[in-house]
Design a protein around this ligand. Structure first.
Ligand SMILES: NC(=O)c1ccc[n+]([C@@H]2O[C@H](COP(=O)([O-])OP(=O)(O)OC[C@H]3O[C@@H](n4cnc5c(N)ncnc54)[C@H](O)[C@@H]3O)[C@@H](O)[C@H]2O)c1
Length: 284
């Protein structure tokens, strides 16, 4: 029997943050990943994010928090009212998992991909009901950032769009709907900016701190692009830039050497405790 719970695939940076958002708005979550260790870390991290969200007044006081179930079994998504895919930014992996999800979930259930930039039309080729699939680009941390970019693919149906927008309203989100394209709007603009910021540092023009200070102080960027890179996860950023370069044919989107070096060194940003900045604590 279909329940009110939603299912989220991927308990990484975004899966955790979207889970905290949903729980904080009274929505039950079934969170699915491929290792028990990841799920264990995710539970602790989500509890911390829930405390942070409450402290920041991000959740409605009138609603009791939802309950969290974690599982290694994709089949546990069968009763979900909405399914969100938030797994690694790898087009082949996503295609495989979207096909798996679509075989499990019954007709009428909206499917959401949280990809940073793979066109919805491309992922739609892997699902049985392309009309049910749309993109929702949650930003990190999803429980704090009020706005989401919603991507309507060429095959996305009215029924799915209505259900997804109403679900996002329940989560307190403001939405802007855009058409489908590699990187949509936000990644198409943000990711090259971060890439250029890293190039500027790599070329020795300015330090990490100077780049962020200038972008904050002169141009009103909230954190600076390199601190944003650390929050996103530099491994994810590199994957998304490569996909953007491939899907647009524009080689300037290829990740610069400094970003590649950070990934080789395992300095992925906040989630590994170190990226462009040092954080001490490791979140994943
Ligand atoms: N990090 C950000 O700021 C950000 C923002 C918006 C969108 N996104 C997008 O969200 C998605 C997730 O990004 P992330 O930063 O959370 O990545 P991440 O690397 O932190 O987490 C990805 C998770 O997916 C899991 N996974 C891999 N295969 C799986 C499978 N078959 N079933 C279930 N789980 C599986 C991994 O084990 C991992 O825990 C990507 O598409 C990314 O581009 C990221």
């Amino acid at each position: 029997m279909q329940s009110d719970a939603i299912a989220i695939f991927g308990a990484g940076v975004m899966g955790r943050s979207i889970t905290a958002l949903a729980l904080g708005h009274g929505v039950d979550v079934v969170l699915i990943d491929v290792s028990e260790e990841i799920l264990q870390n995710a539970r602790a991290d989500i509890a911390q994010q829930m405390r942070h969200g409450q402290f920041m007044g991000a959740f409605p006081e009138s609603r009791a928090a939802g309950t969290l179930t974690t599982t290694l079994s994709a089949a546990d998504a069968v009763d979900a009212s909405v399914v969100i895919e938030a797994i690694t930014e790898d087009a082949q992996l996503k295609a495989r998992v979207m096909a798996e999800i679509s075989a499990i979930v019954p007709a009428g259930i909206p499917l959401i991909t949280n990809t940073s930039g793979i066109p919805v039309a491309e992922l739609a080729k892997s699902v049985q009901r392309p009309a049910a699939l749309a993109g929702v680009h949650f930003m990190n941390p999803a429980y704090l950032i009020k706005m989401v970019e919603v991507i309507r693919g060429p095959q996305t149906g009215d029924e799915a769009m209505t259900a997804i927008l109403s679900f996002l309203e329940r989560l307190g989100k403001k939405t802007v709907v855009v058409r489908d394209a590699p990187g949509f709007v936000t990644s198409r603009l943000l990711h090259p900016m971060i890439n250029e910021a890293a190039r500027v540092v790599g070329e020795g023009t300015a330090s990490v701190e100077s780049v962020d200070q200038l972008m904050q102080g002169c141009l009103g960027h909230p954190t600076g692009p390199l601190r944003t890179a650390d929050l996103i996860g530099i491994d994810n950023l590199v994957d998304a830039l490569r996909l953007l370069a491939e899907r647009t044919g524009n080689s300037t989107f290829e990740p610069c050497e400094l970003l590649l070096e950070k990934v080789r060194q395992g300095h992925h940003g906040r989630k590994t405790g170190r990226g462009f900045y040092d954080y001490g604590e490791v979140l994943s």
